[in-house]
Design a protein. Structure first.
Length: 268
């Protein structure tokens, strides 16, 4: 079991303060060049091969594929990916930023934004898509890029402090609505988006309620990302259908736990 004293992370007090103020934070050099090379190899294998536990969200040529070529729970089909999805450095970083006593895995996903006929990922929150009860704050994602990213190939943008607006509406990513229509008074001048270009091996963390967006990929190469969703220990199941929780034997109103949702970090 990982503890705070055993795991070294790049997280500083400045990262923690920024995250808690704004609902997202950039962390440079989360993995080493050697780890980056290995992760690129593993994730390429996981994305290119059909397994019996990971889930493709759309097929090539589909509307969703034009937004994201996504595979969910790649860790369940690839042992090498399992090492990174359950990496103590990632989970402990998330725990420190959220300020919770324990952090569990919800799921991972490989996110390839394909070249050519790519579409932007529209403004949305993540929490509306997850089968968790509303009184469970603190769920978050690490978005770790395997390529240098900027506005040309699909870097992220965030609206600072938008996580304080609460849970709004799930957005159809293939036929998007304007999420700002669901905010009373529209988009405040003080909440203008922040674009976050990154070098390969760097990442962002963002709260599940933070508005975020990814630019389209206008280059001739895929934009490759590993995203991992973490949840504080004790988050409870809403009972709603979801590809991650269906068949996991969870009970409505009870904490999400068990072998598919391991505790990856806890206060030492």
């Amino acid at each position: 079991m990982t503890t705070q004293t055993q795991v070294q992370t790049p997280i500083t007090q400045a990262h923690i303060d920024f995250y808690r103020e704004n609902g997202f934070v950039q962390v440079d050099n989360m993995i080493s060049p050697e780890e980056l090379a290995e992760l690129r190899e593993y994730l390429e294998e996981a994305m290119q091969n059909d397994g019996d536990r990971a889930v493709n969200t759309d097929k090539k040529g589909g509307l969703y594929y034009r937004v994201l070529n996504q595979k969910v729970n790649v860790w369940r089909d690839h042992a090498g990916m399992g090492r990174y999805t359950a990496h103590p450095r990632f989970a402990e970083s998330a725990r420190l930023l959220a300020g919770v006593s324990g952090m569990r895995l919800f799921h991972d996903h490989g996110l390839w934004k394909m070249p050519g006929d790519s579409k932007e990922t529209p403004w949305h929150q993540d929490t509306p898509y997850w089968p968790v009860n509303e009184k469970n704050p603190g769920m978050m994602s690490i978005w770790l890029t395997l390529d240098d990213v900027d506005e040309r190939n699909g870097c992220m943008a965030f609206v600072p402090k938008s996580n304080r607006l609460g849970k709004l509406k799930g957005i159809d990513l293939t036929d998007p609505q304007n999420i700002f229509d669901y905010v009373e008074g529209g988009q405040a001048d003080a909440q203008k988006p922040v674009v976050v270009p990154l070098k390969a091996g760097s990442c962002t963390f963002h709260d599940g309620l933070t508005f975020h967006y990814a630019h389209a990929n206008s280059t001739d190469r895929p934009r490759r990302v590993l995203a991992i969703i973490f949840m504080p220990d004790g988050v409870t199941y809403s009972g709603d259908a979801h590809v991650i929780t269906d068949g996991a034997g969870l009970e409505k109103g009870q904490p999400i736990a068990g072998p598919r949702f391991p505790l990856l970090a806890r206060e030492g």
